[in-house]
Design a protein around this ligand. Structure first.
Ligand code: ADP
Length: 446
């Protein structure tokens, strides 16, 4: 096991990793930017090191600054959290070149699955159904038009290096395809430094269902079931739950097996997510996230397995220590993301001073948050205030519990999406589990 781990992240996930390290009896060193100086969670680590000014490019995305901090702190591993450098193969390579273990898969695997077109090719090679579309990036308008005519409109233009629900455009005919292709390339270049895009059939009313996997360095891989993340606003997840109300046992088994097969075929180790779209009884691979995800606690609640602890154990060379048949699922878990967002301004980020903060509590409620009363949410990073999770025996009970938690919650000083959560939890379609990725955008435009 490692002695000291550097946490190259901030906010709730930095705190989550600090807690896992403590429970493993591993020392934690957390980095912070000047904008995060004085944040209460920093005190819970064994050491905290400033790595630069507020803007991420100068701190949380600065590889030289983070490597210097790792050298100064004399750590033997780096946990990248999610976002920032978590899927940056170059960062992983530099860590390992400096004899610091990167807590994540191999450099070659991160590179391979990080390119969405390549990941899709790997899924095809493993015999896993994918959404019909181009074989790899499209090079010009003619190629794109040819693919669109083959699979039929509407089609989706997706950035090869895209993420976070950004860099996607729908086209309904030849003309909009050509125009959107140009815009998508320009946007992808600006956002991800890679103008390559590929084309996929646009599935009209899918559910987003992802499988959590865990693999060790000896090549054993298991899955920990699914999370349904179909409640999305503009392709960004807002509520996640497990089990998915849309999956029967047959589909669940097939998708779990497909995810494990794909992970094995690319030599995956660590925690990862294989994302699928589900339409009726069919499922289609869309991408792999080679990192821990925001919504990982949903899986922790239904399986009782601490995913951050597993990540650290696996990176240090330990084996999984359990087989697929030893993973037991219990009850139903739901997560909502409370964000500092202004519902009256199209959910634009609303950072600032949280004058008063009173989280929910009580039976079956888990709060993952770094926020306290008097905390100032910096303008530079994502606007998440808290992840609120509930666990109960049944889905109906979990919904009632989450309604209770949302009603207890009080955040003053900044605008939040709490009202939206209260509304979704009382929506009849949501309550019946009848929702697709279009549900929330439709609810908001009604
Ligand atoms: P990102 O990495 O940006 O999150 P994903 O490929 O995971 O991108 O897709 C995010 C969301 O976009 C999905 O959950 C789904 O709502 C939508 N999406 C992606 N591909 C398709 C598709 N082919 N048809 C319909 N919706 C899609």
């Amino acid at each position: 096991m490692f002695q000291r781990v550097l946490i190259a992240n901030r906010g709730e996930i930095a705190l989550r990793v600090i807690r896992a390290c403590r429970e493993l009896d591993v020392e934690s060193v957390v980095v912070y930017s000047q904008a995060d100086a004085g944040a209460p969670y920093l005190e819970l680590a064994d050491e905290a090191i400033c790595i630069g000014p507020g803007p991420s490019a100068k701190s949380y995305l600065s590889i030289p600054n983070i490597i210097s901090a790792a050298e100064i702190a004399d750590v033997d591993a780096v946990h990248p959290g999610y976002g920032f450098l978590s899927e940056n193969s170059h960062f992983a390579e530099i860590c390992r070149a400096n004899n610091i273990e990167f807590i994540g898969p191999d450099v070659a695997t991160i590179r391979r699955v990080g390119d969405k077109a390549e990941a899709k090719a790997a899924a095809v090679a493993a015999g896993i159904p994918v959404v019909e579309g181009s074989d790899g990036p499209v090079n010009n308008d003619e190629e794109a038009l040819e693919v669109a005519r083959k699979v039929g409109y509407p089609v989706l233009i997706k950035a090869v290096s895209g993420g976070g629900g950004r860099g996607m455009r729908v086209a309904h005919n030849d003309m909009s395809l050509v125009t959107n292709l140009q815009t998508a390339r320009t946007e992808a270049q600006a956002a991800f430094g890679d103008a390559n895009v590929y084309i996929e059939k646009y599935i009209e009313d899918p559910r987003h269902v992802e499988i959590q996997i865990l693999g060790d360095k000896k090549g054993d891989v298991i899955h920990l079931g699914e999370r349904d993340c179909s409640v999305q606003r503009r392709h960004q997840k807002v509520i996640e739950e497990s089990p998915s109300p849309a999956l029967g046992n047959d589909l669940r088994t097939k998708m779990g097996r497909a995810a494990v097969k794909l992970a094995k075929s690319v030599g995956y180790h660590g925690a990862g997510t294989v994302e699928f779209l589900v339409s009726g009884k069919s499922f289609y691979f869309i991408e792999v996230n080679a990192r821990i995800q925001v919504e990982h606690p949903v899986t922790e609640l239904v399986t009782g397995i601490d995913l951050i602890r597993e990540q650290i154990r696996i990176a240090s060379g330990e084996t999984l220590g359990r087989k697929q048949q030893h993973v037991n699922f219990r009850g139903h878990a739901i997560e909502v993301r409370i964000n500092a967002e202004d519902p009256d301004r199209n959910f634009a980020p609303s950072p600032g001073l949280v004058t008063s903060y009173r989280p929910a509590g009580g039976p079956g409620v888990r709060i993952d948050s770094h926020v306290v009363s008097g905390y100032r949410i910096p303008p530079y990073y994502d606007s998440m205030i808290a992840k609120v999770l509930v666990h109960a025996d049944t889905r109906d009970e979990a919904i009632l519990r989450m309604r209770r938690a949302m009603d207890e919650y009080k955040v003053d000083g900044v605008k939040t999406n709490l009202g939206l959560h209260r509304r979704i939890l009382r929506n009849a379609y949501f309550q019946r589990g009848e929702y697709s990725t279009r549900f929330l955008d439709e609810l908001l435009s009604a």
